[in-house]
Design a binder for this molecule. Structure first.
Ligand code: NAD
Length: 494
């Protein structure tokens, strides 16, 4: 049985420069492999650092005209793009699933979230009315939003459509020319986004794609004409991109990794809670920055753990849970499970060696849901981002101890509490140190216009990546002070 339709022949990806698809000079080619089979489904150029300059040149040319295009007309193109995303939803979802190892349903949800961000950006023309005030007799101050010019986004493997779409709609709507450097592991869905943006009538050069890895990122950070860089990926790279980008005078927002705590107390709903916890740590095979990673079991919640075990063990590999991005990821996770076991964790559900039946999937990167119990706070399984379908249960006696554990994490993306008690929920909402907090929600991603973003080592820079934060990141506010009547009698604004 096939639960995903992989491309029949490898897709040849090129950079998108000035509206043309081109292979950069001197670029090595990289095979793109499907996590489901290990088979080659595409090939892209690894753009060298010097290969970024022609992309920026074309973007710079386009930026002036796009900035001068009325907001209403820019929005009209984005509306067309939003319609094309919807029309191509199945194709986009299938491609994102093929290259990232998600199930098609998960990939679909990612595209739908991207559409939601488009809808926010479509509303900017109606809601973002600036402001003006007479500040002194005959003197008016006004502020208006201005684009930054040429800007760039660098994105991770785990959401091939959604994370680029966190950035593109807001950046384009406010009038920037945007360059996307997608993850070299999932460049094929971004190619489709590029095609749809061209089809929507976005002028050549207003949206560009530069393929590659570290070198392409270095080219972006070094280029003086790129005004702002948004990054989403691991904490180590986020910190580096932030430090190097800001040192070169760029505006940078860099979202990093996570270690999310789900706090479960004895009064939590016994049916809904285990399901929500399992969905959170197994969805997208745990490769989500919002995935549950530590379950903090407060007091006796054994019946809920038993139910989690039953549900996790019953998940069908393939249709129920997809694959890991690459073999290195699989090996890293298997080693982390073995280490936790050797340090005293009890493996309640062991995902090692689990894979879907059928020879077609034998070359894929598989790990089944894994539940580790009796993990102690000082163990790697309790502290490090594992980024796979593994949950570490840490048992604590009180809610205060649960919050202490959450506070000790250097990350701060998400935290949730499962309870039927309003006071317990309120206490966690007030005291959890995370950018996004949930009550009885396993993956507390806010809907737009509530924006997305963590704190601490999960985010370097200020503001959030979507919603109002996104608009503010991709623009500056110009303040204008006007006086038309030349007065000599007492206006302090002389
Ligand atoms: P990654 O950091 O390896 O790669 C992200 C991007 O950086 C890619 O485009 C990649 O080409 C580039 N890159 C990789 N190494 C680099 C280097 N040394 N120098 C410069 N650029 C480099 O991340 P990933 O493995 O693709 O994605 C998974 C990570 O992303 C996880 O840590 C996850 O938590 C995080 N993530 C965070 C969020 C969030 O909103 N906070 C969202 C999605 C994913």
């Amino acid at each position: 049985m096939s639960f995903v339709q992989l491309p029949a022949t490898p897709i040849i990806g090129r950079n998108l420069v000035g509206g043309e698809w081109v292979t950069p000079a001197g670029a090595e080619l990289l095979d793109v492999r499907s996590p489901y089979t290990g088979g080659v489904i595409g090939r892209i150029p690894l753009t060298p650092a010097a290969g970024v300059a022609p992309v920026v040149e074309a973007a710079k040319k386009a930026a002036e005209g796009w900035r001068a295009t009325p907001l209403r007309d820019r929005t009209a193109k984005l509306l067309r793009f939003r319609m094309l995303l919807e029309q191509n939803l199945d194709k986009l979802a299938n491609m994102a699933a093929s290259e990232a190892g998600k199930t098609v349903a998960e990939a679909r949800a990612g595209v739908l979230k991207g559409i939601e961000v488009c809808e926010f950006a479509l509303a900017v023309q109606n809601l973002d009315s600036g402001g003006a005030m007479e500040v002194s007799r005959g003197v008016t101050c006004e502020f208006k939003r201005e684009p930054l010019g040429v800007v760039a986004g660098i994105t991770p493997f785990n959401f091939p459509a959604m994370v680029p779409l966190w950035m593109i709609p807001n950046a384009l709507t406010v009038g920037n020319a945007f360059i996307l450097k997608p993850s070299e592991k999932v460049p094929l869905t971004p190619l489709m986004l590029g095609e749809l943006l061209l089809e929507a009538g976005i002028p050549p050069g207003v949206f560009s794609i530069v393929h590659g890895g570290k070198e392409a990122v270095e080219g972006i950070l070094a280029h003086p004409d790129i005004q702002a860089v948004a990054f989403v990926g691991s904490t180590a790279v986020a910190r580096r991109v932030y430090t190097e980008g800001t040192a070169r005078g760029k505006r940078v927002l860099a979202l990093g990794g996570a270690k999310n705590h789900l706090i479960v107390v004895p009064d939590a709903d016994p049916v809904f809670t285990p399901q929500a916890v399992v969905d959170s740590f197994t969805g997208c095979a745990g490769q989500r920055c919002m995935a549950a990673s530590v379950m903090v079991a407060v007091g006796d919640v054994q019946p809920m753990i038993d139910e989690m075990v039953r549900r996790a063990a019953a998940l069908e590999m393939g249709p129920g849970m997809g694959a890991l991005i690459d073999r290195a990821s699989q090996e890293r996770l298997e080693a982390a499970i073995a280490k936790a076991e050797s340090e005293g964790a009890k493996v309640l559900v062991d995902g090692r060696g689990k894979k879907p039946s059928g020879a077609a999937w034998a070359g894929g990167n598989w790990l089944g849901p894994t539940i580790l119990d009796n993990v102690r706070p000082e163990m790697g399984a309790a502290q490090k981002e594992l980024f796979g379908p593994v949950i570490s249960i840490v048992r604590v006696p009180t809610l205060s101890a649960a919050l202490e554990l959450q506070h000790a994490s250097p990350y701060g993306n998400a935290a949730s509490v499962f309870t039927t008690n309003g006071a317990v929920a309120q206490h966690v909402v007030e005291n959890a140190r995370a950018g996004m907090v949930g009550v009885n929600v396993g993956v507390p991603v806010p809907r737009e216009p509530f924006s997305f973003g963590g704190i601490n080592d999960s985010r370097f820079g200020h503001g959030d990546i979507t919603g109002q934060g996104g608009l503010d990141f991709w623009s500056y506010q110009k303040k204008v002070t006007r006086k038309w009547t030349a007065r000599t009698d007492g206006s302090w604004m002389s």
